[in-house]
Design a protein around this ligand. Structure first.
Ligand code: PEP
Length: 253
């Protein structure tokens, strides 16, 4: 029996004005306080511009708050970017790294993700490293090797650092499409991820890391996914924009 953290993480993407975000955060907080009786950790990843306000609003709550992206450099002439020390200066200690939309639209690579993970950890920010194959890669039976290549971005981290990371397996074909990987397909990949982590680090590390599943997770499929041996939670897009759905997913552990 492992002791891995159970996590429900909401990726708000580019949704919600600040007032709407404040409202959503407040609803989540109230529902979490009154209804959430398990030990699930709740994380939200709002747009950058809302982070400082929402971090203040959620002070003293059970809800963790993180950025959707981080820059890989300490500081400098990188117009439009936000650094790790800027995030910690406003109390942010989580970040997504390598979400498939950033890999697809903003040319993020396994190498740039590796650099982002290193700088995040250096600044006491927990990276939630997103990996997953496209539909073509699955159909051509490359999904295991693609995910293995993506995991190589973690190579070289110390055992202490890797144990702070969270991994999110998000098959690209299941994100925002309404198509969920079956719980068997997801669990099979989560087990493969632990095999690769055992090779890169050791069995103890591999068994201790929380691996989230992402891709059209909803209240009605969360329980089945969370009942799998190697699925420790979810990274949730669409359903995280409605407090009721988000909380109901978190109650499914
Ligand atoms: C995501 O954006 O990480 C995601 C999983 O989205 P959705 O839940 O909408 O598929």
């Amino acid at each position: 029996m492992t002791n891995r953290k159970k996590i429900a993480a909401g990726n708000w993407k580019m949704h919600k004005t600040f007032a709407e975000g404040q409202g959503l955060a407040q609803e989540i907080r109230t529902m979490a306080d009154t209804e959430l009786m398990n030990d699930a950790q709740l994380l939200i990843f709002p747009p950058y511009i809302h982070l400082q306000g929402l971090a203040k609003q959620l002070e003293g709550s059970k809800i963790g708050i993180g950025a959707q992206n981080i820059n890989q450099f300490e500081q400098g002439a990188y117009t439009g970017e936000v650094s790790a020390s800027m995030l910690t200066s406003i109390g942010i200690h989580y970040t997504l790294v390598g979400h498939s939309e950033r890999r697809q639209y903003y040319n993020e690579t396994n190498d740039s993700c590796a650099a982002k993970i290193v700088i995040a950890l250096k600044h006491t920010i927990v990276p939630v490293y997103c990996i997953g194959e496209t539909l073509t890669e699955r159909e051509t039976n490359q999904h295991f090797s693609i995910v293995e290549d993506q995991l190589h971005a973690l190579k070289g981290l110390s055992n202490e650092d890797i144990s702070k990371c969270i991994i999110a397996y998000e098959p690209v074909w299941a994100i925002g499409t309404g198509v969920t990987a079956s719980s068997d397909q997801a669990n099979e990949m989560h087990k493969h991820i632990r095999v690769v982590l055992t090779r890169l680090f050791d069995e103890h590390i591999a068994q201790g890391i929380s691996i989230l599943y992402g891709g059209s997770v909803k209240p009605d499929n969360a329980k089945e996914l969370f009942s799998q041996s190697d699925i420790d939670g979810a990274l949730i897009g669409g359903a995280a924009l409605a407090s009721r759905d988000f909380i109901n997913i978190a109650k499914s552990f």
